[in-house]
Design a protein. Structure first.
Length: 128
């Protein structure tokens, strides 16, 4: 086995994957900032208030859940920490939100990412 060839293939494949993910994640982050500036996420969180009542969570918990579902755990964690520091969420609320996001955080984000990467792979396959 030629280790130099192996490293070259691994490195180029990894860089291609990182580039493809950057092509997806950077526009998503821009859209997220635009949505945040236009208060679109806050409006959507208000729509979740009836669902929050079913689970006996405060309406302030809707925004971190929405952000965690759409943009992932790391960005959602920032909103969860901010809500906890501001005293909007108690320990029970934090526990339930974290359990929910651990189970469902990747439903939208990862699915979209894998679809886009798979689509890009197919496009590059047919373009050769």
């Amino acid at each position: 086995m030629d280790w130099l060839e192996f490293l070259q293939v691994a490195l180029t494949g990894s860089l291609k994957s990182v580039f493809k993910m950057a092509l997806i994640i950077i526009p998503l982050m821009l859209l997220m900032e635009i949505a945040k500036d236009m208060n679109l996420l806050e409006r959507a969180a208000k729509g979740l208030e009836p669902v929050m009542r079913i689970y006996r969570l405060p309406k302030e918990g809707a925004f971190p859940i929405l952000v965690g579902l759409t943009f992932g755990l790391s960005y959602g964690a920032g909103f969860i920490i901010d809500s906890a520091k501001n005293g909007y969420l108690n320990w029970r609320d934090l526990f339930l939100i974290n359990i929910f996001l651990v189970l469902f955080h990747s439903v939208f984000e990862d699915t979209g990412l894998f679809i886009a990467i798979g689509l890009m792979e197919q496009l590059s396959y047919w373009g050769d």
